[in-house]
Each structure stands twice: as structure tokens, then as C-alpha cells.
Write a protein that binds this ligand. Structure first.
Ligand code: PLP
Length: 433
């Protein structure tokens, strides 16, 4: 039902029946006029907010945005109706891409395709993109760096892989968060390194427990994956002191650091000590993983070493996605999209918090997933799956013995808020002891 309201409002804004600056009726008034429930209208408004058609002015209502400045979504008229018992996928790691296909997005890719052909592109990345990324991490993540400290990768995991292959030797001991991101463990193990599981609590990595003989520790301080803790400042300082003392590198995976909700994000760890930290960023959460662009920020000697190895192997990040990313950054389109997504994920997070109110939710101040602590997570996940709702469990993310039981619930992949709400209702039902 809300789909129809969205469609009608979009059409009215497209053909000028509703113009920029015009105030829309309250959700209650419109629901009354259309004889639909208020939820239907609220969801329609939320969708149009997320797509950039609407904007709210604090305390004064809902207004039509200046659509000439707003990317317009393509109406996917040909999309088939979902099957009756379509599953609801609430597994983590997937961003919402429903508002991605905008004119700004398509313009960036169209222009990117005309980029001048380069026979052997710089393995560090396109100079313009490196500069734009330096500015992006400076403004968004408190990382002051020059372009020569930025190397364009194919993603955070790829950056970690290249770093490990360049600076470590098979048999070196490397710390990984436990529970932690399996992709990181896979690339480090794939380089013949000895993985040392390092404990994590609700605040993130337990720094005091780090052994002294690690050559590198991989960590997700902005939003620990999967538990969701934000590493407190004293632990950040202790981690950097440990790294300076032992000579280890800290690989900071900032995979979703752009999304923080109730308080301002802590700046990236890298900013506190650019000598020992290697910062890994990615488009996989802020846009979509199929862009295949990420960035590694590190000391110039490390950047040069990774670039030299890439040159030797004739390895590179494809130039067209790099150019598209540069355009999105330079024109401010990525910032606009991020603002919209932050608002959208905040609403999704509120849906989850409301639907699971009273249950022990963890790690919900940032990112695109939460953890629901339940003693028998495998049983709950299996029953949820039997009822058409897919979630992840913490078990899968442990390298050592499983110390915590819980569900990992992503709120990026659900197509709509109703779907998210319905999925959470199933979880709530099956999670009852
Ligand atoms: C902690 C973490 N890091 C990195 C990634 C993926 O990043 P990329 O696609 O850039 O390798 C994910 C994806 O789910 C993740 O959970």
C-alpha cells in the first residue's frame, strides 16, 4: 500500500503538481484523506525522505525538496511482484541500495566511462581520486593526510591482503579479533600467517590481553564486527602504546565508520598515530560492494611498498570505478548520499529497537547491524529461518572457542521498513525461551 502512495507522490513531484518547498499534509491528515492507515503514509514519507524527494524542517513539517538538486530514483515498474512467501534477509554486511540508482550515480558512471585511457595506470590509484579520498577521510573521519598516504584498493579486505603480503612473512603471528570478521581471517591465513585470536568485549578489542609477539593486529575500532562495540579512547591509547612498544602494525578496518547515530563518531584511530596504524576504508557499506573501490591510508613508505608490489604483479584497481568514485566525491554527491543513508539507517535502527524493545540488544550505536544476545542462538536462527527470516549467529565469527551466544541482525538488506519490522517480529517470537 505504501508503495502506491510513494508512486503517486513521486509522480506528483515529477510532473510539477507538487513543487519544491511545498508543505505536505501531516501523515495523519493524508492517511485520513486517502483512507489508509497512518503507518502506510509514514512509511511512504520515510521512503521519499531516503530517496531525497522530501525534507523535514525541524518542528515545522515535511516539504518537497528542490528536486532539481535531488537525484531521482528510477521507478522499477517492471519488477515482478514478490512471491507470497519471500524470505526476509536480515543477515549483516549488506547496505540498503534502494536509493542508489540516482541521476548523480548514473552521471558519474557515464562520465567515468569517458576517462582518458591509460596504458599502465598508477598502482597507487588515480591522483585525483587519491586527493579526493584524502579530503574525504579528513572531513569524515578526522584523518589528516596527504594524497601520497592514500592508496586506492579494491576494498578493505583487499587492502589488508596487500598489506599482509607486502610487510609480513609466512609464519608471522597476527592478532585477529575474536569474534571477528571472517574475510580478514581468510586473507591473513591465506598469506600463511599464524592467526592469534584476541578477545573482544562489549567495548571492542581487549587491548590488555594482546601478546607482545604479534607483527600486526587487525581491528574494527569504530564498530567492532560483529559485536558492535566502539573502542573507548583509553583503550585506543593503550593499543597505540602497545604497538609502539612491540613494533607491531595496527590494521584499522573502518568498514562502516561513516555511520554513527546518537553521538558524533570518534575519529579514526589512524589520526592518533599515523606511524603505526594502517587505515582501511571501503565503498562496500557506504555505496555497494560491487563498486570494488577501497582505500588504504598509511605511512608513505608503506604505501610505496604496496604500490611497488602491485606494479610488479601488474595488479590494479579498475580505472572506471575509480573515476566514478572521484566524481561522486568531488561533486559532493557522496556526501549528500551519505547524509540520506545516515538518516535512513537511523530510522531502520529505530524500527529494530522498537520491534525488539526489552530484549538485550548490543552494539546499536553505529553501523548497519545489531547483536541480540540469546542463550540458544543456533536454535533461534534455525527457527527464524524456518519462518522465512534469515539472520546470522555469533558462532560463525569465532576463531577460538565460542564465548558468546547471540544473533547478528543486519538492517541494511531489508527492502522496506515493514519487511524489517516483520522480520524482527518473527525473531522476537522465536527468541522466547
Ligand atoms: C568488518 C568488515 N570489513 C570489511 C568488509 C568488506 O569490505 P570490502 O568489501 O571492502 O572488502 C566487511 C563486509 O561485510 C566487514 O564486515
Amino acid at each position: 500500500m505504501s508503495v502506491q502512495v510513494v508512486r503517486q507522490l513521486r509522480a506528483a513531484m515529477s510532473d510539477g503538481r507538487l513543487v519544491a518547498g511545498e508543505r505536505l499534509p501531516s501523515s495523519r491528515a493524508l492517511a485520513g484523506a486517502l483512507k489508509v492507515s497512518r503507518t502506510v503514509v509514514t512509511e511512504a514519507y520515510e521512503q521519499l525522505y531516503a530517496e531525497g524527494w522530501l525534507e523535514g524542517r525541524h518542528g515545522s513539517g515535511t516539504f518537497v525538496s528542490d528536486v532539481s538538486a535531488v537525484p531521482r530514483p528510477v521507478e522499477r515498474a517492471a519488477a515482478p511482484a514478490p512471491p507470497e512467501r519471500k524470505g526476509i534477509d536480515l543477515r549483516p554486511g549488506v547496505p540498503w541500495v534502494g536509493a542508489l540508482d540516482t541521476p548523480a550515480w548514473r552521471r558519474a558512471w557515464r562520465l567515468a566511462a569517458t576517462v582518458e585511457r591509460v596504458n599502465r595506470p598508477d598502482p597507487g590509484g588515480l591522483p585525483g581520486l587519491r586527493a579526493a579520498l584524502a579530503e574525504h577521510v579528513r572531513r569524515g573521519r578526522g584523518v589528516a593526510c596527504s594524497a601520497d598516504r592514500v592508496l586506492v584498493t579494491r576494498g578493505a579486505t583487499n587492502g589488508l591482503d596487500m598489506l599482509a603480503a607486502t610487510v609480513l612473512r609466512p609464519g608471522d603471528r597476527v592478532g585477529v579479533e575474536d569474534p571477528g570478521y571472517n574475510g580478514a581471517k581468510a586473507v591473513l591465513a591465506g598469506r600463511g600467517l599464524e592467526l592469534v585470536p584476541c578477545p573482544v568485549d562489549e567495548h571492542g578489542l581487549v587491548v590488555d590481553a594482546l601478546p607482545d609477539d604479534l607483527r600486526l593486529v587487525y581491528t574494527t575500532p569504530s564498530h567492532q564486527y560483529p559485536l558492535g562495540g566502539v573502542l573507548p579512547v583509553p583503550r585506543r591509547q593503550a593499543l597505540l602504546a602497545w604497538a609502539r612498544r612491540t613494533g607491531a602494525l595496527v590494521a584499522e578496518d573502518d568498514y562502516d565508520g561513516e555511520f554513527r547515530y546518537d553521538v558524533a563518531p570518534l575519529p579514526a584511530l589512524y589520526g592518533l598515530d599515523p606511524e603505526v596504524v594502517v587505515y582501511l576504508g571501503t565503498t562496500s557499506k557506504i555505496l555497494t560492494s560491487d563498486v570494488g573501490v577501497g582505500w588504504l591510508v598509511a605511512r608513505p613508505d608503506l604505501v610505496a611498498a604496496v604500490a611497488a608490489r602491485r606494479r610488479l604483479l601488474n595488479d590494479r584497481t579498475a580505472v572506471v570505478p575509480q573515476e566514478a568514485m572521484r566524481l561522486l566525491l568531488e561533486r559532493g554527491d557522496l556526501d549528500r548520499y551519505l547524509r540520506r543513508m545516515r538518516a535512513e539507517y537511523a530510522r531502520r535502527r529505530a524500527v529494530v529497537a522498537q520491534a525488539l524493545a526489552g530484549l538485550p540488544l548490543r552494539g546499536d550505536t553505529a553501523g548497519l547491524h545489531v547483536v541480540l544476545a540469546v542463550p540458544d542462538a543456533e536454535r533461534v536462527a534455525a527457527e527464524a529461518a524456518a519462518n522465512g527470516v534469515l539472520v546470522d549467529t555469533l558462532t560463525r565469527h569465532h576463531a577460538g572457542p565460542c564465548t558468546m551466544s547471540g544473533l547478528v541482525i543486519g538492517y541494511g538488506s531489508a527492502a522496506t521498513h515493514s519487511e524489517l519490522r516483520a522480520g524482527c517480529a518473527v525473531i522476537r517470537h522465536v527468541a522466547r525461551p
